[in-house]
Design a protein around this ligand. Structure first.
Ligand code: C2E
Ligand code: CA
Ligand code: CA
Length: 309
């Protein structure tokens, strides 16, 4: 719902437009369901319009870049690079570097997210194949699927095409779907995800713990991996309750044979606690922020060198 408090010196049509702008803002938002028009809504509307206008040029002139954030196995003797997550960046010629949180919702709203995501999936697949050819290691990369992509009837075909063109197997291009997509459109998501899994894709439930699915729903959900949201990790050093919560999630996942990836791990103490609790895979600033592929290659070389030792 969008709200514009009545103002006498404005034309009704103007006020209606303002309410509509607030409404459109609420539509792109997954938490706020009611937004009241103000200057920040106006500024956001102008920015969104700009981003929408610039999308075509951005795709054609390669303004989008894909960064890779490593995921490490912390249960081995020394942490071992296992895989990565592909995260998009927009290097805008006038606005500078734009974070995905600012533009993904805009393109989800106007239906263009599919084009952006396809670009990222194709880049990630190319990158896996390139690393395989150059370093002889196959490092799986997870890509993000928007909640909107799940409604694209050509999704499976698109992914298969990308995998095939790069000579890959389905399981090395892993798919992250946010938990709230599962709960908002359960039937549709479950149907699509089931089909993808049968083909060999690995489905990771992203942001687990933020989307109001209860733990007992998990057994009915088609997922291969849980990505525990970083809000669970943030305070574990300071809160016994949070430790218990993480232990509980790890315990239930383990009993269902679902591996867990901890997101947003930033400190050594968090690593120590997660290791003690039996969590195996960790992603976060402690190991690295998302990296340009050139920087990421240094990590691969490190792993290759360790394996030769
Ligand atoms: P996400 O999928 O949950 O990705 C993780 C986000 O957490 C990334 O933000 C990453 O940089 C950040 N992060 C990683 N480690 C840490 C940490 O230790 N501490 C903190 N505070 N943050 C950490 P980023 O790259 O800005 O991406 C934001 C969101 O945008 C992503 O959240 C994802 O939902 C979306 N996104 C990114 N790339 C794509 C894409 O290609 N397609 C779609 N549909 N969505 C994308
Ligand atoms: Ca993700
Ligand atoms: Ca996440």
């Amino acid at each position: 719902m969008g709200v514009m408090p009545a103002e006498e010196n404005l034309e009704p049509l103007q006020q209606f437009d303002m309410a509509r702008a607030a409404c459109s803002m609420a539509r792109g938002h997954y938490k706020e369901h009611l937004i009241v028009f103000n200057d920040s809504v106006r500024e956001k509307e102008i920015l969104e319009q700009r981003l929408q206008n610039d999308l075509r040029r951005a795709l054609d002139s390669f303004e989008f870049e894909v960064y890779y954030q490593p995921k490490y196995d912390i249960q081995s003797d020394t942490p071992r690079l296992m895989s990565a997550e592909a995260l998009i960046r927009w290097q805008h010629p006038e606005l500078g570097l734009i974070s995905p949180d600012s533009f993904i919702p805009v393109f989800e709203k106007n239906g263009k997210i599919g084009e952006v995501d396809k670009y990222v999936w194709a880049e990630a697949a190319k990158q896996i194949a390139k690393w395989r050819a150059e370093y002889g290691v196959t490092l799986p990369v997870s890509v993000n699927l928007s909640r909107v992509d799940v409604f694209d009837p050509a999704l499976e075909e698109t992914l298969d095409g990308i995998v095939r063109q790069n000579g890959l197997e389905q399981e090395v291009l892993k798919l992250e779907v946010t938990e709230s997509a599962y709960t908002e459109n359960a039937d549709q998501v479950i149907r699509v995800v089931e089909r993808l899994r049968r083909k060999g894709y690995v489905l990771e439930m992203d942001d687990f713990g933020t989307g109001y699915s209860s733990l007992n729903m998990l057994s009915a959900m088609p997922v291969d991996v849980l990505k525990m949201d970083r809000m669970f990790i943030r305070n574990i050093e300071h809160s016994e309750k949070d430790i218990q919560l993480v232990a509980l999630i790890l315990g239930i996942a383990k009993s269902m044979n679902i591996p867990v990836i901890a997101e947003g791990v930033e400190t050594e103490e968090q690593i120590r606690l997660l290791k003690d609790l039996g969590c195996q895979i960790v992603q976060g600033y402690y190991f690295s922020k998302p990296l340009h592929p050139k920087e990421f290659e240094i990590r691969i070389l490190q792993r290759v060198a360790e394996e030769k030792r």
